[in-house]
Design a protein. Structure first.
Length: 317
């Protein structure tokens, strides 16, 4: 029988797992109706629970903004901690980690950059459907990368350019990538056998930066040669840059192996960047709470296998 959330229980005025679950759902959904659906209760019942939570915290938590609800600063402070507590509380009633991971029914939150979403996630989904069909994936936005998402349980695995985390976070390198220049077929650089630093600098460029930064290692390398380039646009994702490179005469830059499927789809041309640039290190990271979980271990093992296979199949050396 499906367990239902009983928000009308008088005991809800005292701290309980149900209150924590309700607060977690409300702060995650920013909606009384969606939180009620998530916990299999009615919107009026969830509204009454929100009233109790407001009294308990002496804060409105969610306030009206037009037709939507938005969190107060206090709610934003609570969101990560409440979610982590709710996860730990639910883990008490979860199936034992000794259960067969191939038959486990779990949803994992992954934080994956946009390039990996298009090249790595499709084969991973196919692989999991065969290896562990009860596993579902939920991709989280990269916007949460500046929060302690792994520690707070917002993300189960982070995959991409893994930056330094808190000391307790586990991480491993999956592969290293070389950056290449990318242009459309009729771009002048596509016809050159060897692109020189000067010709590279003289072209118009698109830069990928989620923070909106136009200057980076390429510009530093060019400056050492007495050169500079013109950046005509800064975009937040590699996919956007490649689509723009297909439509106009600009130079984009992307990882050679991981970008190959999109390069083939868009019929783009590549060339070695005539500079000494550092390799990109692609890895994955996870919190120690999941380190010994057998189903999480299966996800990491399949991630490791698919990531390596994906790049090898594109001809990356």
């Amino acid at each position: 029988m499906e367990r239902r959330f009983d928000s009308d229980n008088p005991g809800m005025d005292h701290p309980s797992l149900s209150l924590i679950e309700a607060l977690d759902a409300l702060l995650a959904e920013n909606s009384v109706t969606k939180a009620a659906e998530r916990l299999h209760t009615s919107p009026p019942a969830m509204s009454r629970t929100l009233t109790r939570l407001r009294r308990a915290f002496d804060d409105p938590l969610l306030v009206r903004a037009g037709r939507n609800l938005v969190p107060t600063p206090r709610a934003l402070e609570l969101r990560g901690e409440v979610h982590a507590v709710a996860l730990r509380a639910r883990a008490l009633f979860a199936p034992s980690s000794a259960a067969d991971p191939s038959t486990a029914v779990r949803t994992f939150d992954l934080q994956v950059n946009d390039m990996l979403s298009t090249t790595f996630i499709p084969p991973l989904l196919d692989d999991l459907r065969a290896q562990a069909p009860g596993i579902s994936l939920r991709l989280r936005p990269e916007a949460i990368e500046d929060t302690p998402a792994l520690r707070e349980g917002l993300v189960d695995v982070e995959i991409g350019i893994v930056r330094p985390h808190d000391p307790e976070i586990h991480s491993e390198t999956l592969l290293t990538e070389t950056l290449i220049g990318i242009v459309r077929p009729d771009h002048p650089l596509a016809e050159e056998k060897t692109v020189t630093p000067r010709h590279f600098a003289e072209a118009d460029h698109i830069v990928v930066s989620r923070r909106g930064r136009a200057h980076g290692p390429i510009d530093e390398q060019l400056a050492e040669l007495g050169l500079s380039r013109r950046v005509v646009a800064v975009v937040p994702s590699v996919a956007t840059a490649l689509f723009l490179a297909r439509q106009t005469d600009v130079v984009s830059v992307a990882p050679a192996g991981l970008a190959q499927p999109m390069l083939d789809t868009l019929d783009l041309r590549t060339f070695p960047i005539p500079l000494t640039l550092p390799h990109l290190t692609i890895g994955m990271a996870w919190h120690p709470r999941n380190h010994h979980d057998r189903t999480h271990q299966l996800l990491r093992e399949r991630t490791r296998h698919i990531m390596t296979s994906t790049v090898n199949n594109t001809g990356e050396r």
